[in-house]
Design a protein around this ligand. Structure first.
Ligand code: FE2
Length: 261
């Protein structure tokens, strides 16, 4: 727990190998495979509350229902809410849970980007702590997540300024756009006052690869073995490498503060 808290505080992301035992891995894989057909790249949402479970029941969607119940129990066993509470320093609630089954592909799964950054004006206090559990090994050649250290802090500051209407809202989803937006004079000044100039400079230096054509950047990859998980602040800049070695199966939990003051 201490390691997770320290790494998230410093970099916005933490890795924990071996969180799932062999039985968990087998059971989770068995539950996900039938509800997400091979070849479909999208995630499938699971039920996080009783109402949503009942809807699945009414629709005779027993497979998704069984998977949802299992993943809710697993979250309890692994005390994910407790970990999120410590990270967010608040009571939390599970607001989203899903699973993915990505097929072998030579296309990058997801390019470097920020979530919640197109038309949405987001209160950054509503950010989620995400847990991604891997049921297949990941590597730089195979479906691992990339995450720019401390990018969550810069992103938080920009979103705060926009949300409080001190800064003008400019969409900033792709990393290249985000880099431009944070260098606008007023934005830069505002972010600097919150995170300090060192943090912005470090971020800009770490991400100068984004301005090059056809860049491939592996320095910020977080490879995880089957049964391990990544825990991170969703405001950070992230990517997912191509799944060039075969199938990749994951499931995810998103925890948010239960009340925003
Ligand atoms: Fe994303």
């Amino acid at each position: 727990m201490e390691n997770i808290l320290r790494n998230i505080k410093v970099n916005g992301i933490a890795k924990e190998e071996g969180l799932l035992n062999t039985l968990d891995i087998e059971k989770a894989t068995k539950l996900i495979k039938p509800i997400r057909e091979a070849g479909n790249m999208g995630g499938i949402g699971l039920s996080t509350n009783l109402k949503s479970l009942l809807i699945k029941l009414v629709k005779f969607d027993f497979r998704t229902m069984a998977a949802s119940i299992y993943f809710l129990q697993l979250a309890k066993k692994l005390e994910l809410a407790k970990i999120s509470e410590k990270i967010l320093e608040s009571n939390v609630k599970l607001y989203y849970m899903d699973c993915y089954r990505s097929q072998k592909s030579d296309q990058q799964l997801v390019d470097w980007h920020l979530d919640h950054s197109v038309s949405e004006i987001m209160n950054p206090e509503k950010r989620a702590i995400r847990f991604i559990f891997y049921l297949t090994d990941t590597s730089s050649d195979h479906g691992c997540l990339g995450y720019i250290p401390k990018s969550n802090l810069v992103s938080y500051a920009l979103k705060k300024g926009i949300f409080e209407k001190v800064l003008k809202h400019t969409p900033h989803k792709p990393l290249v756009d985000f880099r431009k937006v944070i260098q606008i004079k007023e934005n830069y000044q505002y972010i600097k006052n919150i995170v300090g100039e060192e943090a912005i400079k470090e971020f800009l230096k770490n991400t100068d690869f984004a301005d090059k054509k056809n860049f491939i950047e592996n320095r910020f990859d977080h490879t995880v073995k089957r049964g391990g998980a990544l825990i991170f602040d969703e405001l950070g800049v992230h990517s997912a490498q191509k799944t060039s070695l075969g199938e990749r199966i994951i499931f995810r939990y998103f925890y948010v503060k239960s009340k925003i003051h």
